[in-house]
Design a protein around this ligand. Structure first.
Ligand code: KIV
Length: 313
């Protein structure tokens, strides 16, 4: 309902209006810092296309990540290490085009920032320019602080992803939680501290016990985003497909809040039935005035029959 006119809004206008209170200004790092200072937890989601991004911006989600989880979710690979660099840049730009007022993070794929500083700089630059990223995320430990330092000095805002780092899961034999022993806890805290000292503007911790989060929060001077890291972080991120019920076996920390998979099944079944009943709906094309008559009897369509088939009743 439009409050001023008292008239019902179309879904499109309603969605447009829904944006206004939450996202009048573009979201920046400053916004996240202010929210963090005020103790307001901020929501983030990984998504991979302009349409989804547009709806999530309308929902007021301030941060979107064009995650390398797209390798699994979009491309159907088993592992995130199969994420192609060019595709990662393309989806980052797509998300930004769909959600221009949202803070969009790019996700540097496996081996796109490890071989040399020059290569890391070149690839990060592509995410910032072609991908229009506001922040570039990379999975790192303390040994990669040098790369974070160089990228930061060159003007690339870095989100350092610590804890469980799915790009290293071939070494660990699959994605595993981090920080479940005292030594491992200390390592995650050391990683976070070193990467923050190197200039990271955001930290992201994945799949750690609450004790690890509490320690990281003690040393954090920048906003900390968690995934499977308890409620103690400044922001929380999930993969949108896990949130909306499109994932067959979501990770243990992801609780769906909608059943879009079920809705898709219903829509697909309905379309199968409509097609088989010859009820395709929508509006039909017609020939220009007088053109149909020129076709002669053989070329003319039985319009009555056609209409009956597309709009029965
Ligand atoms: O690629 C991804 O989806 C991530 C998560 C932290 C959400 O890195």
């Amino acid at each position: 309902m439009d409050i001023q006119s008292g008239m019902s809004l179309s879904p499109h206008d309603a969605a447009k209006n829904a944006v206004e209170p939450n996202m009048a200004e573009p979201v920046t790092l400053k916004t996240l810092k202010q929210m963090t200072r005020r103790g307001e937890a901020f929501a983030c989601l990984a998504c991979y296309d302009a349409t989804t991004a547009r709806w999530l911006e309308r929902a007021g989600v301030p941060v979107l990540l064009a995650g390398d989880s797209a390798a699994q979710v979009v491309l159907g690979f088993e592992r995130t290490i199969d994420m192609p660099l060019d595709f990662a840049i393309q989806i980052t730009a797509a998300v930004k085009r769909g959600a221009p007022r949202t803070l969009v993070m790019a996700d540097m794929p496996f081996m796109s920032y490890h071989r040399s500083i020059d290569e890391a700089m070149g690839n990060a630059a592509r995410f910032m320019t072609e991908g229009m990223a506001d922040v570039v995320k990379l999975e790192a430990d303390e040994t990669q602080a040098g790369i974070v330092d160089r990228l930061t000095r060159a003007g690339v805002p870095i989100c350092a992803h610590v804890g469980c780092r799915p790009q290293t899961s071939s070494v660990t034999g699959g994605p595993v939680a981090a920080g479940r022993t005292g030594d491992s806890l200390e390592q995650v805290v050391k990683d976070a501290a070193a990467l923050q000292d190197a200039g990271a503007v955001l930290l992201l911790i994945e799949a750690v016990p609450d004790e690890v989060t509490a320690r990281v929060m003690e040393i954090a001077k920048v906003p900390v985003i968690g995934i499977g890291a308890g409620t103690g972080c400044d922001g929380q991120i999930l993969v949108v497909n896990d949130l909306i019920g499109l994932t067959d076996q979501p990770p243990r920390f992801a609780e769906p809040v909608a059943q879009v998979g079920e809705a898709l099944i219903q829509a697909g079944r309905q379309w199968v039935k409509n097609v088989s009943d010859r009820r395709i709906g929508g509006k039909r094309y017609t020939m220009r005035a007088g053109e149909s008559e020129k076709l002669g009897a053989g070329g003319q369509v039985d319009r009555v029959d056609c209409n009956r088939l597309s709009n029965p009743g």
